[in-house]
Design a protein around this ligand. Structure first.
Ligand code: ADP
Length: 369
């Protein structure tokens, strides 16, 4: 079965075709950016789909989506009217993701009406998180009637790390995975299952993101509204002009921020410090939640390539048995163990492979396994 895996952002479209009959080998891949932007080539995701279908020698047998928020619908499910409607209902809390997935699902359906589609929701891996850690301290009717609770995201990425670590570091039962990229989250993984994660109802919380706020005191909103900002403006600032971009004032890209910090820009340095401190905060919390720590894993753009960031995150943690090997830590973008030989905690760089997880889940849904 040839499975096209679609990984969308509001302005981006990445895809891979994996063949389940060839051990999920990747046969085609592509990436499109700046969709719908004045400087870009494509007006919308539908135009990109036309280009992809022309690139491929034959249409795929199934399409798997790395879908984000389905509220009460989780796991891997066939896309139908109900799934689309539910994604629509949760679009307000995942505004950068749900609308483009809905558009792409409809567009693929128009162009390839007989090819089944499967949505693999990013929340699924976190269904094993204990209820106490899913629950916000709010009136229960909001939780029960409106579904306001912690869901967690980046499920395909965290799940891939859990399965990959079982192969490369099989004795590690208590793992903290750091998915550090354009959007970042951490996950405490115990015996292969998620027991805690940093994102909540929305992918806006937890660690500071490239341009989204991360954890924030909700009552600051009142102060902002009183200052004269409209609710819309506050949400735009928190959702698009905060995070690394907001603090640094330089860029939403860690490479630019690191360069500015090296050139003496104090705000860029502060943005890095805020980010590193947040990762360390959760590393501490999750070590307690796990009752110990066997391994730390780094994945996604910053996690795989940001050697200086990894060093800062692991600094002075000898008391936890965490010791990085500075030479091994020079690795960028490759799977490698980067802890020193005497470190009690294994530290790994593991390149993300969310597509493999989505392809396997899609194949399982279609073939009824
Ligand atoms: P997304 O979450 O959008 O898929 P990625 O996982 O590709 O993003 O991560 C993008 C981030 O990775 C950017 O902030 C980028 O600057 C960062 N990154 C890429 N290479 C490096 C590097 N060599 N050092 C530090 N950060 C890097």
């Amino acid at each position: 079965m040839r499975i096209l895996v679609a990984n969308l952002g509001s302005t981006s479209f990445k895809y891979q075709v994996l063949d389940s009959d060839k051990g999920f080998e990747v046969t085609h891949r592509g990436a499109y950016e700046r969709i719908g932007q004045a400087t870009g080539t494509y007006a919308n995701h539908g135009e990109v789909i036309d280009v992809i279908l022309k690139e491929l020698p034959q249409p795929p047998d199934a399409i798997g989506f790395k879908a984000v928020h389905g509220g009460p619908i989780s796991g891997a499910v066939k896309v139908d009217r109900k799934v689309l409607d539910t994604m629509e209902q949760f679009a307000d809390v995942a505004p950068a993701h749900n609308p483009c997935y809905i558009a792409a699902m409809k567009s693929f359906h128009e162009k390839l009406p007989r090819v089944p589609q499967v949505a693999c929701f990013e929340t699924a891996f976190h269904s094993t998180i204990p209820v106490a850690r899913q629950t916000y301290a709010i009136p229960t009717e909001w939780t029960e009637k409106l579904g306001i609770r912690r869901y967690g995201f980046h499920g395909a990425s965290h799940r891939y790390i859990a399965t990959r670590m079982a192969e490369i570091e099989p004795t590690a039962k208590k793992i903290v995975n750091c998915h550090l990229g354009g959007s970042s989250s951490m996950c405490a993984i115990k015996d292969g299952k998620s027991v805690a994660t940093t994102m909540g109802l929305t992918p806006q919380t937890g660690l500071p993101q490239n341009n989204r706020v991360g954890d924030f005191d909700i009552f600051a909103l009142l102060k902002l509204l009183k200052t004269g900002y409209s609710a819309e403006e506050v949400l735009t600032k928190l959702g698009k002009q905060s995070g690394l971009l907001g603090v640094s004032g330089v860029s939403n890209d860690m490479r630019d921020i690191e360069k500015a910090a090296a050139d003496g820009n104090a705000k860029a340095k502060l943005a890095i410090d805020v980010y590193v401190d947040s990762v360390r905060h959760y590393l501490g919390a999750y070590t307690v939640a796990l009752g110990g720590l066997d391994a730390i894993t780094f994945t996604a753009g910053i996690g795989e390539n940001g050697a200086e960031l990894r060093e800062a995150i692991c600094a002075d943690l000898d008391f936890l048995g965490v010791k990085l090997d500075r030479t091994k830590n020079k690795v960028r973008g490759k799977e490698a163990k980067i802890s020193s030989d005497e470190s009690k905690v294994a530290i790994w760089v593991v390149p993300a492979n969310e597509e493999l997880i989505v392809a396997k889940q899609t194949e399982a849904v279609i073939s009824g396994n």
